[in-house]
Design a protein around this ligand. Structure first.
Ligand code: SAM
Ligand code: SF4
Ligand code: F3S
Length: 436
């Protein structure tokens, strides 16, 4: 009888939140979670398909697990999440080390899939269930300071490069009441930071309650006054002034917005089907900065998308100079079969060129972040301590409300404390300070 389960989570915060839901579902069935792969009877890989290298990582992990299965014939391996949803039953042919497959909408069926696998029946449940929001399942949290609260699932956008609409299906929102109840419970349990999650949180809408994301955010901030409230990810075409005003009006909603732009060229944004131009993006940034003094903005950027010229690339660099993003997640484009771009746009930027452009983007971001961080020296920031610093046991690591990482002298503080820290040094990714 398989009892001990180890879940390895890849990909985005939605997947991390899903792992907490799956843990709850399996514990209810009597399974016991273990942090150690070696002591597990069942290993579940909760996977990401967003870029080619993300899928390669899963295949390497499966290969390593095959070695373990040779030594332990009763070890079961399940692959769940975005990769099997994307490749479907074909996955069984990609590795002979898989016992079952499940997609993001079918986690309630995991106990059945596992039972079958124990009897030697290889199964897959990869249905799209457009109404599934896992409402009613209380996630088993991994942390005690910060918590994710998924508010919506799926995505109705069709960015030309992106697999997410194919792996997570149609957009659907959780009932407002269930989100707010969860936020209240988290605050009562002492959580200090709550992040509302969705692929495109701005399009949250509870039809029955007539509640949009601006209202949900406002209600969340009232429901957990002692916690910091964050949210991610926002789509530039959907971010509204009413939402930005809610952020500005509530002290516990963090003054930071992650607003992926992908490219600084209007021509590329059109090919990517992002639904806005460079100028419209810059107008949104100006509106945000006008409404929220001191706000920080971060982004995602893709180098070398189909047809990108040196001129387009330079427009990305000039947009970065203009906005001065606090940080950015940067990628070079990789073709995802089945997407609009894979079907209709040639992947015509040479790999060498993609990588060089990505390096230029990273170098510029490091320079900008370095300057923005250096400008903080001498300031005092309210830092929520998260953990011991990796550098030293004498230091703690935490974040400002604007999402900047701060490492500071531990003194008598502990994770979970909100500490006033005076900044005395910086790198391009970290502020360094002392409690004052
Ligand atoms: N929903 C979010 C949005 O629209 O901004 C982002 C979701 S996606 C999981 C995270 C990031 O991965 C994207 O913003 C994009 O920069 C990057 N990405 C997605 N598909 C990609 C691809 N085919 N090649 C390279 N990067 C990709
Ligand atoms: Fe992908 Fe675009 Fe949806 Fe984001 S908004 S998940 S990039 S399709
Ligand atoms: Fe990856 Fe799926 Fe998230 S493809 S980025 S794990 S939604």
């Amino acid at each position: 009888m398989t009892k001990k389960v180890h879940i390895r989570t890849f990909g985005c915060q939605m997947n991390q939140a899903d792992t907490e839901i799956i843990t709850s579902l399996l514990q209810d069935e009597g399974y016991v979670m273990t942090d150690s792969e070696d002591s597990a009877d069942l290993v579940i890989l909760n996977t990401c398909a967003v870029r080619e290298n993300a899928v390669e990582k899963i295949m390497n992990t499966l290969n390593n697990l095959k070695g373990k299965r040779r030594l332990r014939s009763d070890l079961l391996v399940g692959v769940i999440g975005c990769v099997p949803q994307y490749y479907r039953e074909k996955m069984f042919g990609m590795s002979d080390g898989i016992d079952f497959l499940a997609g993001p909408d079918t986690y309630r069926q995991l106990p059945l899939l596992i039972e079958n696998a124990q009897q030697g029946i290889r199964g897959a449940n990869l249905a799209f269930i457009p109404e599934e929001t896992y409402t009613g399942i209380e996630p088993v949290r991994t942390g005690s300071i910060s918590a994710f609260v998924p508010v919506m699932r799926g995505c109705n956008n069709r960015c030309a490069f992106c697999v997410v609409p194919y792996t997570r299906g149609k957009e659907r929102s959780r009932p407002m009441k269930s989100v707010i109840d969860e936020v209240e419970q988290l605050e009562e349990a002492g959580y200090r930071e709550i992040t509302l999650l969705g692929q495109n949180v701005n399009s949250y809408f509870d039809d029955n309650a007539g509640c949009d994301f601006a209202e949900l955010l406002e209600r969340s901030s009232r429901a957990a006054k002692r916690a910091r409230i964050r949210f991610t990810t926002s789509h530039p075409k959907d971010i509204s002034e009413s939402l930005v005003r809610v952020i500005a009006a509530h002290d516990n909603i963090c003054n930071t917005i992650h607003l992926p732009v992908q490219s600084g060229s209007t021509r590329m944004l059109g090919l990517m089907n992002r639904g806005h131009s460079r100028e419209e993006y810059l107008e949104k940034i100006a509106m945000i900065r006008r409404c929220i003094p001191g706000v920080t903005i971060s982004t995602d950027l893709i180098a070398g998308f189909c047809g990108e010229t040196e001129k387009d690339h330079r427009e990305t660099l000039s947009l970065m100079e203009e906005v001065r993003f606090d940080f950015s997640y940067t990628f070079y484009y990789s073709v995802r079969p089945g997407t609009y771009a894979a079907k209709h746009l040639p992947d015509d930027v040479a790999e060498k060129v993609k990588k060089r452009r990505l390096d230029e983007i990273i170098a510029l971001q490091n320079k900008i972040s370095g300057e923005l961080y250096a400008a903080q020296i001498g300031n005092v920031a309210a830092v929520l301590a998260e953990s011991e610093s990796k550098r030293s046991r004498e230091m703690l690591m935490g974040r400002t409300a604007t999402n900047r990482v701060v490492v500071f002298d531990r003194e008598d503080y502990k994770p979970g404390d909100l500490v006033s820290v005076k900044i005395h040094a910086s790198t391009s990714a970290t502020l360094i300070g002392r409690p004052q």
